[in-house]
Ligand binder design. Structure first.
Ligand code: B12
Ligand code: SF4
Ligand code: SF4
Length: 439
């Protein structure tokens, strides 16, 4: 739709005010013109750097990334927001191989739900005749590219969108609108300079530096975040030892970034705080339990943007923290043994993963990640739980447990592996069991 000249600045002002009222003060606006960086994206896909994330390579979705009007006909502007999550780390956990490290972004409530709600609230200030669709990682959209063009930061060599006074621990969300709003100046500077701390720190060599056009390149197939969240199937053998105790996502290339060391911004969103052991999910999930169905953000993104009533319901969800729930070790400083016990038990997994981005890995995928962590720890203390994992209904879990027991290598570990080998019917698991015995 077209907006009168005087109307657009007032709308943009209202958008920023509403964003502030839901705790978001980083808002940028960019025109919905074609991205200058679609070629870089195409090259990335062409090099197979996306691995098995097939949704990123679907030809129609690639084209839609370059032409937002194929997603929202008549789109004129994009409102981009950045919302910080908790930058703090649990002291000692990354260096303790008996503990599992869960990436910061996934320690609290699923950001897709939390931020989607805030985006709907922001879009709620737009007049009814404005078409607005909100996305948080849920559509064929180059969110980081839009964020840079909206002035919110630069693309670091770790591929993250970084703000020079707030760092990179943030989520991005976008609202596509069919009205032309005044655009913010793009972020032109690159403050990485000669630094290469992230490239040197990445344990798997997933970061490849900048290409000739200046675009930062990641081979996602090697990235621990991809391996522990998106990858389906066995984790490549040669990468398992490099994963250490990172069992869901990875923040290493952000942890070493000087812009985070100096400027990481605190989050004011209580939903993103890490869950304590046994802690019950809050907010959206509590509503679902109470029988109030809430639209899920993932896969859809088809919100009209005007449903502020959902947000009001979220606020009314009530206090549920601290209520006992099937045991789980929480997300702050979980022991690997307890994490695997959790992943082997459907009810415990459900309580642990409900309302959390961790659920995306699936019970079996998460169990595999934890088996890798336990194998890297290599302690005989892990033999009982790994032996139990050898009886998991999912062959993938049995295969990763066999690998981990092979790394432990104790008499008990070997006994468990050979006992399973005598009855194992799945060929790929049998191979892992045999390899574990050889080791
Ligand atoms: C696929 C994906 C992943 C993959 C691949 C990551 C990657 N680096 O590409 C995996 C699973 C590995 C992943 C991991 C993580 N992800 Co992720 N992911 C995405 C997703 C869905 C798509 C990203 C994508 O298209 N990648 C392909 C590359 C080519 O595109 P790009 O990274 O946007 O890069 C652009 C620039 O290079 C730029 N560009 C091009 N040419 C040029 C030229 C010059 C000169 C310059 C400067 C730039 C430039 O345009 C590119 C597009 O072409 C986005 C959401 C979205 N829809 O955008 C979230 C997103 C990028 N992820 C996010 C997060 C939080 C993470 C993790 C931190 C989670 C974790 N702790 O484990 C890690 C970070 C790992 C890392 N170092 O990137 C946030 C990032 C927020 C931020 N501050 O940047 C996003 C935006 C989700 C969100 N809505 O908040 N992710
Ligand atoms: S998230 Fe971890 S594995 Fe992935 S690029 Fe960064 S440091 Fe490397
Ligand atoms: S660690 Fe250094 S090179 Fe990497 S993103 Fe941060 S400033 Fe840039």
């Amino acid at each position: 739709m077209s907006a009168g000249e005087g109307w657009a600045p007032e709308l943009a002002h209202r958008v920023r005010e509403r964003a502030r009222s839901v705790g978001i003060d980083r808002v940028g606006i960019v025109s919905a013109d074609a991205s200058p960086h679609l070629d870089a994206y195409r090259r990335w896909i062409g090099a197979d750097h996306h691995g098995s994330m097939a949704y990123l390579a679907r030809p129609d979705a690639v084209e839609r990334r370059g032409d937002l009007s194929r997603t929202v006909p008549g789109v004129r502007s994009v409102i981009v927001v950045a919302e910080p999550y908790d930058p703090d780390d649990s002291p000692g956990v990354p260096d303790d191989p008996s503990m599992g490290v869960i990436a910061r972004y996934a320690r609290g409530r699923d950001y897709h739900k939390v931020l989607a709600r805030k985006l709907r609230a922001i879009a709620g200030v737009l007049p009814d005749e404005v078409v607005a669709r909100a996305y948080v990682d849920t559509g064929p959209i180059l969110e980081r590219d839009l964020a840079r063009r909206a002035g919110l930061g630069w693309h670091g060599k770790n591929t993250m969108l970084i703000h020079p006074r707030r760092g990179s621990y943030c989520f991005l969300g976008v609202i596509l609108v069919d009205v032309a709003l005044p655009a913010d100046p793009p972020f032109e500077a690159d403050y990485c300079g000669s630094c290469r701390a992230c490239l040197d720190a990445c344990p798997t060599g997933a970061l490849l530096g900048r290409d000739e056009s200046g675009a930062p390149i990641m081979d996602a197939r090697r990235c621990i975040s991809y391996l522990t969240i998106e990858h389906r199937g066995a984790i490549p053998l040669e990468l398992r030892p490099l994963m250490g105790n990172r069992v869901f996502g990875c923040d290493i290339c952000q942890e070493v970034c000087p812009w985070n060391e100096r400027f990481a911004e605190e989050s004011s969103e209580p939903g993103y705080a890490a869950r304590r052991p046994g802690e019950r999910p809050t907010g959206v999930e509590a509503e679902v339990e109470a029988g109030v169905e809430v639209e899920s953000a993932r896969g859809g993104g088809a919100s009209t943007g005007k449903d502020v009533s959902a947000e009001t319901r979220a606020d009314a969800s009530g206090e549920t923290r601290g209520v006992a729930y099937p045991a789980h070790p929480g997300t702050e400083a979980p022991s690997l043994i307890e994490l695997l016990e959790t992943a082997l038990d459907e009810a415990a997994w459900d309580s642990f993963s409900k309302g959390s981005a961790i659920r995306r890995a699936g019970r079996a995928g998460f169990a595999c990640n934890v088996c890798v962590g336990l194998g890297n720890w290599g302690s005989p203390e892990a033999v009982p739980v790994l032996s139990a994992a050898l009886s998991d209904p999912e062959p993938l879990v049995r295969a990763h447990a066999a690998w981990a027991l092979g790394r432990v290598g104790s008499v008990e570990a070997r006994a468990a592996v050979s006992s399973r080998a005598s009855i194992e019917s799945d060929e790929s698991v049998a191979e892992e069991l045999a390899a574990a015995l050889e080791r």
